[in-house]
Design a protein around this ligand. Structure first.
Ligand SMILES: *[C@@H]1O[C@H](CO)[C@@H](O)[C@H](O)[C@H]1NC(C)=O
Length: 276
């Protein structure tokens, strides 16, 4: 073969690879998880690329870890709620108008803790090698921390902070009113039967100008923090070494001197009386 023929062949193969690569219809979702808080409504994205009508497709949204696995089932131009998992009955819908442009995103209302997991968007009859896309839903839960005073310890006061019902697992930090992080003890973590986290931590604080302290619980993945402040009454703090020394030098010592002087004077006085 002549080299020009070779060039032509290579060009043809390259061209067809590029064009099929570009026009290869596929299901596309989103790599990053969808983050929501308990009770929110969410949209789980799923599209046909390049944009092609999905009206005549079968569109299945599934939780493959559940039985039945159907979250939403659309086929022959209509929804078929009878096959939906009971957990999702009445909580899902596709955007009818959007299907024409290949937008098969699912609206899920009132997310619950049990919606945490992976959702598969599946277009079984699509002539393509990429018929599915998987998206993770993280349903966060938060709660207000509660601070209590445990009692005096050494020259400080021990505080305790509790916060239950979190998801995913949060972090706890202590701060004074100037924003200095205080070295708290290790945070204890428990999970309940619904795998929600309760965290508990202690800190020993020293007197400050205003005795104001903050317990902060935060979860970076869901970008949420909750905090509670406490003002510890000054009387709760035990006496410091300095205060004890001050008491001895400032009050007890002069008192003792006064008593001794008084005794001496009295003795002298009574002697005088006897001498009379
Ligand atoms: C798909 O439809 C939903 C609901 O109307 C919309 O929020 C979303 O932006 C649409 N996505 C695209 C890529 O058009």
């Amino acid at each position: 073969m002549k080299s020009s023929t070779w060039y032509f062949l290579v060009w043809c193969i390259g061209f067809s690879l590029i064009t099929t690569g570009l026009s290869q219809l596929q299901v596309v979702g989103q790599k990053e998880p969808i983050i929501a808080l308990l009770g929110d409504d969410v949209i789980l994205p799923c599209f046909l690329r390049p944009s092609t009508s999905a009206v005549d497709q079968t569109v299945e949204w599934q939780r493959r870890d559940l039985t039945p696995k159907e979250v939403h089932y659309y086929s022959d131009g209509r929804d078929n709620p009878d096959v939906h998992n009971p957990v999702y009955k009445g909580r899902t819908r596709l955007f009818e108008e959007e299907l024409k442009s290949g937008n098969m995103s699912l609206k899920l209302t009132g997310v619950k803790h049990t919606d945490n997991g992976f959702f598969t968007c599946f277009v079984p009859k699509l002539v393509s090698t990429v018929k599915t896309s998987v998206i993770q839903l993280i349903v966060g839960a938060v709660s207000q921390p509660v601070i209590s005073i445990v009692g005096p310890k050494d020259y400080g006061v021990v505080l305790k902070c509790d916060s239950g019902g979190w998801y995913p697992e949060p972090e706890m930090t202590w701060e004074d009113s100037d924003g200095n992080i205080l070295p708290g003890g290790p945070t204890e973590t428990e999970t309940d039967s619904e795998s929600r986290y309760t965290v508990r931590g202690h800190v020993t604080i020293q007197k400050t100008d205003n005795n104001m302290f903050t317990c902060r619980v935060q979860q970076h993945q869901i970008n949420h923090k909750m905090e509670t402040q406490i003002i510890v009454p000054g009387g709760v703090f035990p006496w410091s070494r300095g205060q004890k020394a001050g008491l001895i030098i400032g009050v007890l010592a002069p008192l003792a001197v006064a008593v001794l002087v008084g005794l001496y004077m009295w003795r002298k006085q009574s002697k005088f009386d006897i001498d009379l």
